[in-house]
Structure formats: C-alpha cells, structure tokens
Design a protein around this ligand. Structure first.
Ligand SMILES: [Zn+2]
Length: 67
C-alpha cells in the first residue's frame, strides 16, 4: 500500500499537520486522524480534482468546519 502525505490544518488548534492517506482509495476519501498537538480527533475529507490536485477539508468531531 502506498501512502502519500497531505497537509491540513487542525480545526481545533490551527496547527499545520501532514497526514498520510492512501491514494489507491479513490478520488473521494474521508478518514480520521488525531492532531499531534492537541490530540483531538480530526475528520478529513479528501478530494482529488481532475488535475490530480488534492483538496482537503477538515472537520471537528461535531461536523464543524473552520475553512
Ligand atoms: Zn490540534
């Protein structure tokens, strides 16, 4: 399994994080990762556009996005 890195910022503390994801899982993915700084659970929604660029959206546990 090949993992790639995507940069996000934590929706709780704002820290920039690089998280691993698996590009083989498709163009739309949703997964969870714990913030390495504040240790809270971040929901990450990933989308790969037609040019192969990654758009990441982060949500808190209650579904709030600060983007
Ligand atoms: Zn955090």
């Amino acid at each position: 399994m090949l993992a790639d890195l995507v940069e996000i910022s934590c929706p709780y503390c704002g820290e920039a994080l690089a998280v691993e994801y698996d590009p083989g899982q498709g163009r739309r993915q949703s997964f969870e990762e714990d913030c390495g700084v504040c240790c809270r659970c971040i929901t990450i929604e990933l989308r790969v556009d037609s040019r192969g660029r990654i758009r990441a959206r982060t949500l808190t546990e209650d579904g709030t996005s600060l983007d």
